[in-house]
Design a protein around this ligand. Sequence first.
Ligand code: Q46
Ligand code: ZN
Length: 265
Amino acid sequence: MNFEKYFMGKIRSVVDKYGVKGRIAVALSGGKDSMAAFHALTKFKFELIPFYIDLGIEEYSKVCMEYAKKICDILGYKLQIIKLKDYGIDFSKARKKCSVCGTAKRYLMNKFAFEYDCDYVATGHNLSDALTFAFNNLASVNILNFRGMKPVLPGNKDLRMAGRFKPLFYLKDDECMEYVKMNEIPYCKEKCPYARDAPTIELKEWIHEMERKRNGIMLNFAKSFEKIEEMMTRQQKIRQCSICGYPSYGNICKFCKLRRKYGKI
Ligand code: Q46
Ligand code: ZN
């Protein structure tokens, strides 16, 4: 089987298994994975709405946005842009940058998809990312973060929650890179200035090392984590944030807590 067929087949297996269809908001970060996901999704019969979240991380956010615009021009789409500073949050003042970034991205992606009446929001998370995230949580006894460890999560309109769709969930880092190169997709090669010392880089290398020794172990891990996630979600309860009305595990969602701390409410 040629590589393109293999790559598209992995995405199709997610689409078919979970019956993904309809209108999809595609979160573009400018990096290789979200660009690859967007490019591949244009080959399906979805209605796609690409968007970019400008977190205001110095020059980095601007460069990434240019790449997101570039792929939209190539594929004939208009890029929608969301600015974190419009929500009164000044990223430069945030102490735990990655935690603020993660909360803001999750919240704004969902809000965008909900407001555009999308069935799903698609992201570029690949197999390597998913496993690194899972092992990192195991390493810090943070098992609750296993929620969402699967390629598709259903939405719930009453809770203002769009579905989540990770088309690259069964594809490794190097496979996404190969797809990008084969299709000459432009992407931002710069790293976020806060990514340098991330301990997760070592963890990712360790996972890939295991894969080299035992081919297929990464997919098996992902499938196991998916099963654990399914057992957990049967017991969890999502409600609406008492401030903004979007989904939350507590009375007030994490994003509204951020806005209280760094911004306007
Ligand atoms: S979390 Fe942290 Fe990343 Fe956000 S602040 Fe940069 S390094 S971009 S994946
Ligand atoms: Zn809220």
